[in-house]
Design a protein around this ligand. Structure first.
Ligand SMILES: [Mg+2]
Length: 286
C-alpha cells in the first residue's frame, strides 16, 4: 500500500477509537447526569440550516429529548448567535438557559441580561445596521435586527453579493470600532469586548459549578466553546469534558479536528441526546 494511504488508514483508525471512547463517556454521563452540564449551539446543531433564519425549526424529537435532559442534568444551555428571545422561541423550552448573541446576553427565568461592557456600543451597532439595510438589502442580503450585535445574511444572494457584504460590513464596522466575524452565509459586527461562546461557557461553568461539561457545535464560533472547555479541564475546574463536532459541508475543518466526537448533522445530534438521556444501545454502527 502507498504510504499516504497507510497514514490515512492509521488516522481513520485513531479517529474511530476516539469516537468509540467518547460514546462510552456519553453513556457514563447518562447514568449519572446530575453533575454534568449540556451546552449546545442551536442553528446547524439542533435545527437544520435553512435559507432564512426565521424558517428554522428544532425537530420535535430533539425538543422532547432536550426537555428530558433539563430534568436530570445539572444545567442545559443553548448558546447561540441569535438574540436570546429568538433562541428561546426556536427551542421552545422554559427550563433551558439561553446564552444569545454569541455570549453578549443571557436569558433565564424570563429576564435578559446584557454583558455590561457591551452596552456603550449599542448605538454604533444600530448605525451599522441602518447603513447595511440601505446598501445591501436592495442587492438581496438580509439584515437581521439583533440588538447588541448586527448580522448581515447573504446565503440567498449571489457569491459576488456575498463578497460585497463581507467587504462592506468589514469596512464600515471597523470604522465604527466594531469587531467583525464571518460564519456560514453571514457576516456579523459586534462590540469589541472579549465575549464569545467560550466566555459564555466559562461563565456558565463558574456560575453553575458542574463537574463535567460538553458542548455541541457546527461552526467557527463554536470553536471558542471547545477551547474554553479544554482550558477549564486543564485548570481542574472541570473533571471531564466532551467537545462534539457536527460535520457539514460548510463548517470549518477544525470542528472535526478539535472534537472528541464527530457526528453528522442534526440527526447525529439526536443520537447524542438519546444516549445522554440514558437510552443506550441506539448508537449507529460505524
Ligand atoms: Mg451553528
Amino acid at each position: 500500500m502507498r504510504e499516504d494511504i497507510v497514514d490515512r488508514y492509521v488516522a481513520d483508525g485513531q479517529a474511530q477509537r476516539m469516537n468509540d471512547m467518547a460514546w462510552e463517556k456519553l453513556k457514563d454521563w447518562g447514568r449519572e447526569p446530575g453533575k454534568a452540564a449540556v451546552f449546545t449551539d442551536i442553528d446547524g446543531t439542533l435545527a437544520p440550516i435553512v435559507p432564512t433564519p426565521d424558517l428554522s425549526e428544532v425537530p420535535e424529537e430533539l425538543r422532547r429529548l432536550l426537555d428530558r435532559l433539563t430534568q436530570s442534568y445539572h444545567v442545559v444551555a443553548g448558546i447561540s448567535g441569535r438574540a436570546t428571545p429568538d433562541a428561546k422561541e426556536l427551542v421552545g423550552l422554559d427550563d433551558v438557559v439561553y446564552y444569545g448573541n454569541h455570549g453578549f446576553e443571557i436569558l433565564r427565568d424570563g429576564t435578559v441580561e446584557v454583558v455590561p461592557e457591551a452596552v456603550p456600543y449599542e448605538d454604533k451597532v444600530r448605525e451599522l445596521e441602518a447603513l447595511s439595510r440601505e446598501e445591501l438589502e436592495p442587492r438581496g442580503a438580509f439584515v437581521e435586527d439583533k440588538g447588541i450585535t448586527a448580522s448581515v445574511h447573504y446565503r440567498n444572494a449571489s457569491p459576488e453579493v456575498g463578497e460585497l457584504c463581507k467587504a462592506f460590513v468589514k469596512r464600515e464596522g471597523e470604522r465604527l470600532g466594531l469587531r467583525i466575524t464571518v460564519g456560514r452565509g453571514v457576516v456579523e459586527a459586534r462590540p469589541p469586548v472579549h465575549v464569545d461562546k467560550g466566555t459564555a461557557v466559562r461563565r456558565l461553568v463558574e456560575e453553575y459549578g458542574p463537574e463535567k461539561a460538553l458542548f455541541i457545535g457546527d461552526d467557527t464560533t463554536d470553536l471558542d466553546a471547545f477551547r474554553a472547555l479544554e482550558e477549564l479541564r486543564e485548570e481542574g475546574v472541570l473533571r471531564e469534558t466532551l467537545r462534539i463536532g457536527v460535520r457539514s459541508d460548510e463548517g470549518p475543518p477544525e470542528i472535526v479536528s478539535e472534537a472528541d466526537l464527530v457526528v453528522d448533522g442534526v440527526e447525529g445530534v439526536g443520537e447524542v441526546l438519546r444516549v445522554l438521556a440514558g437510552k443506550e444501545g441506539v448508537r449507529p454502527e460505524a
